[in-house]
Design a protein around this ligand. Structure first.
Ligand code: NDP
Length: 511
């Protein structure tokens, strides 16, 4: 456990968690498991700090995040070493996303928060009752925000959500995944070094019980993780009647039409399905390819994936392409999906097993002859696998892509951009990209969030920060008639006149 500034005493009765390097199996650190009393102590401290933080001018808040952005670059090697050591991902995966995204996000929210949160004027001229009044909306910090994050990107999906929450004037307690707490603890150190007041940002290390305790304390919960846990979080939040925002699992389809630029599509399929060892909620999890180009596409993708180098990233920059399986149970899920597919008739073109030797790795895997009876095509695999299915039309591809409990991210590949956009509108997915994948996440003014069982709400964009606020509508009467129309003697006259006015305006039906 850690918090910025003075240390909060942890009773430690729940013991500690060992943090392992998944690429080597080495134990690299231990952190305490915080219990409900510990979390309550953090919450008390956060609540004491929040009013003064919220009272600061937004530019004064932003200055701290700009300093943090510089700190990220000044300390980039340390940040990367921490992320790589607790995830076993490659140096490049950590560099591209964990460091790159977080540094950009610090600057983005510092710059945009003021615009997204300023008072919004609401016109009142469409109702004669309100003539002479002025109305506006305020975005008021919600108080104490809890953020619960997963292990795949310990900075992006955990600390990344804390940035707008704090910029909005809230205190935040982050509960990182039990397997990747060290990056979050480093962020505490960073924020403290950059001048964040004590108690505004704290990290509660621990397991699921710590996360559950956190929901019991906060005014709003932002959760990123599996759909299974997300459901529990939603129930716990409903019990307390607090807002809950969920970013959950995905089974992101890629649709390759016959007219696509095949080299580009194949490169993207290999890159995005294997990036971060395939442990990305918005990766390419399954591909549907039109029959005329299917064999060619499969050949190109398999050639690339077969050549990928895998192993511990210790050899330095550019020495391995695909890193470790971060979360211990994940290797079993990946393997069970591959075995289930093979048992039902799929063929493995490359990979298809755990990599022998030290560390926890699964070989980059391409599966063909797959269909929707197989878990590999319908359940989230979250590993270095790419099942590729042949389809006979774009309509069939869209139907199969939509045949899912998930709706997080999808991509369409075609040279006909109009057709690509038209198909995008038919996909049941929170995000659709045409001729690329995943890069939407780097566009921080573009909302990102899941449909169906992939989540509730969005991150990024205006809602990505307003969701950490309460809306207050203010209506000010600037001038009024000398005699109040709503005084009882005039009630009958006013109601008849008003109805007449409404009838005149709206009585002819739709216009
Ligand atoms: P989990 O749902 O297992 O865990 C997520 C977090 O919730 C962890 O910090 C976990 O703690 C905590 N937790 C567990 N039980 C509870 C509980 N009862 N109450 C509160 N918190 C609890 O997800 P994973 O960590 O395995 O992450 C992988 C999943 O995350 C995948 O499904 C992936 O798609 C999804 N994800 C979604 C993203 C999106 O933006 N939509 C982005 C990234 C990942 P602990 O780890 O200590 O058990």
């Amino acid at each position: 456990m850690a918090s910025s500034g003075q240390t909060v005493v942890v009773n430690g009765e729940h013991g500690t968690i060992g943090v392992e390097n998944p690429a080597t199996g080495e134990l690299i650190s231990t952190v305490p498991v915080l219990d409900a009393a510990d979390v309550a102590a953090l919450a008390a401290r956060a609540r004491a700090a929040q009013p003064a933080w919220a009272a600061r001018d937004i530019e004064a808040r932003a200055a701290i995040f700009r300093r943090a952005q510089k700190w990220m670059f000044d300390n980039s090697e340390r940040v990367l070493a921490t992320v790589v050591s607790e995830t076993g991902k490659t140096y490049e995966d950590a560099n591209l996303t964990d460091l790159g995204y977080t540094a950009v996000a610090l600057g983005f929210w510092a710059k945009r928060a003021g615009r997204y949160l300023r008072d919004e004027r609401v016109p009142v001229r469409d109702n004669p009752l309100n003539l002479g009044k002025r109305a506006f909306i305020r975005h008021v910090p919600i108080g104490l925000v809890g953020v619960i994050g997963p292990w795949n990107y310990p900075l992006v999906n955990s600390f990344g959500d804390c940035i707008p929450a704090m910029m909005a004037g809230n205190s935040v307690i982050l509960k990182p995944s039990e397997v990747t707490p060290l990056s979050s603890l480093l962020m505490v150190e960073m924020m403290e070094a950059c001048g964040l007041p004590d108690g505004v940002f704290q990290v509660a290390t621990g397991d699921g019980s710590t996360g559950a305790a956190l929901i019991g304390e906060v005014d709003s919960i932002m959760f990123t993780g599996s759909t299974r846990t997300g459901r529990k979080v939603a129930v716990a939040a409903a019990e307390r009647l607090i807002p809950c925002h969920l970013e959950l699992g995905g089974k992101d389809p890629m649709i390759v039409l016959a007219d696509a630029d095949l080299d580009r599509a194949a490169n993207a399929a290999a890159f995005y399905s294997m990036l971060n060892g395939g442990q990305i909620c918005i990766s390419i999890e399954r591909a549907y390819v039109e029959a005329p180009v299917y064999d060619q596409f499969v050949g190109k993708v398999t050639d690339q994936i077969r050549k990928l180098r895998q192993g511990p990233p210790g050899g330095g920059v550019g020495t391995v392409d695909v890193g470790a399986v971060i979360f211990p149970p994940q290797a079993e899920i990946v393997d069970s999906h591959v075995r289930d597919a093979v048992a039902k008739g799929a063929r493995v073109l490359t990979g298809g097993q755990r990599r022998p030797g030290a560390g926890r790795f699964y070989e980059p895997t391409v599966l063909v002859d797959v269909d929707h009876t197989m878990a590999a095509m319908t359940e989230e695999t979250f590993g270095p696998t790419l099942p590729i299915m042949k389809v006979h039309s774009a309509d069939e591809a869209v139907a199969l892509a939509n045949d899912s409990i998930y709706g997080l991210q999808a991509s369409i590949w075609t040279k006909d951009l109009q057709r690509g956009e038209a198909l995008a509108r038919r996909l049941q997915s929170g995000v659709v990209t045409v001729n690329d994948a995943l890069l939407n996440y780097t566009q921080l003014n573009l909302p990102m969030g899941g449909w169906k069982q992939s989540g509730l709400g969005t991150r990024h964009g205006a809602d990505g920060i307003r969701k950490y606020t309460k809306t207050q509508s203010v209506m000010v009467t600037r001038f009024a008639l000398k005699k109040e129309l709503f005084m009882f003697p005039y009630k009958g006259w006013v109601s008849r006149s008003l109805l007449g006015f409404y009838r005149l305006l709206y009585g002819r039906g739709e216009r």
